[in-house]
Ligand binder design. Structure first.
Ligand code: PMT
Length: 219
């Protein structure tokens, strides 16, 4: 794994959650810790890649000299950063848990409590991965799918609709997998078929992903 199999390659990775502001003190977010995406970034850099890591809010740090870490907050900011670089990268891996919706209006002041209920109108965020699929020229494009039902069918749908080369399916119903954990249980889906793995550390899952990407890009 310290072979420099990605030397000369640039890998773009999205990681972590996005936060969508409601007012100056509140947001809509999710439980992604960034661990999966940071593990992929470290593994790619260790294999010689130049890494652009675009991450939502997380306490994680990275010290690797070949990882350029760009911290963003919202889905729109992640979108803007991804497309600053996308045209020039060899591989893109979307492990971020991007909010699909954002408040239509961000209140300028903290919203005051009142006696009645409060409704927040949400508008759709851009689908960053779908846009990467549309704009694909030579990138090897990897998506993630976090499903709670009809998992393989939904993941295959995303593979096709978003024009991906591979999708990493992880399930919220598996113990030890998904948000925040140090381990993950994944299946890789390509147009050739499906490969299942056992429960392992996110570092080991990252190594498996890069192994697959390397084989895929050699084709
Ligand atoms: O960060 P950790 O705590 O380590 O947890 C890791 C993880 C569970 C977040 C990660 O393994 C994972 O599954 N990430 C994708 C989660 C997700 O939002 O999946 P999705 O099925 O909603 O989205 C499908 C794909 O489209 C993903 O690659 C996602 O990054 C991308 N997407 C989704 C919506 C959107 N607006 N833009 C996107 O790019």
């Amino acid at each position: 794994s310290d072979s420099q199999s990605f030397a000369g390659k640039t890998v773009l990775i999205t990681a972590g959650p996005t936060y969508e502001a409601i007012d100056p003190v509140r947001f809509i977010g999710n439980h992604s810790s960034g661990k999966m995406g940071f593990a992929i970034a470290e593994a790619a850099a260790a294999r010689g890649a130049q890494v652009i890591l675009i991450s939502g809010p997380t306490s994680l740090q990275t010290g690797h000299e070949r990882i350029q870490l760009i911290r963003i907050t919202s889905a729109q900011e992640m979108y803007d950063q991804v497309f600053r670089f996308y045209d020039t990268v060899d591989v893109a891996i979307a492990s971020a848990a991007v909010a699909d919706y954002a408040p239509a209006n961000v209140a300028a002041q903290k919203i005051k409590k009142s006696d009645s209920h409060l409704t927040i109108e949400l508008i759709k965020n851009p689908d960053i991965l779908a846009e990467m699929g549309l704009r694909k020229n030579n990138q090897f494009l990897v998506g993630f799918a976090l499903e709670t039902e009809n998992e393989e069918e939904n993941a295959r749908g995303k593979l096709e609709r978003k024009n991906l080369d591979m999708i990493v399916l992880n399930s919220l119903s598996d113990a030890g997998a998904g948000f925040g954990k140090d381990t993950n249980l994944v299946k890789f889906i390509t147009s050739d078929g499906i490969t299942e793995f056992g429960l392992k550390s996110k570092q080991a899952v990252a190594a498996d992903i890069l192994e697959f990407v390397q084989q895929g890009t050699l084709k």
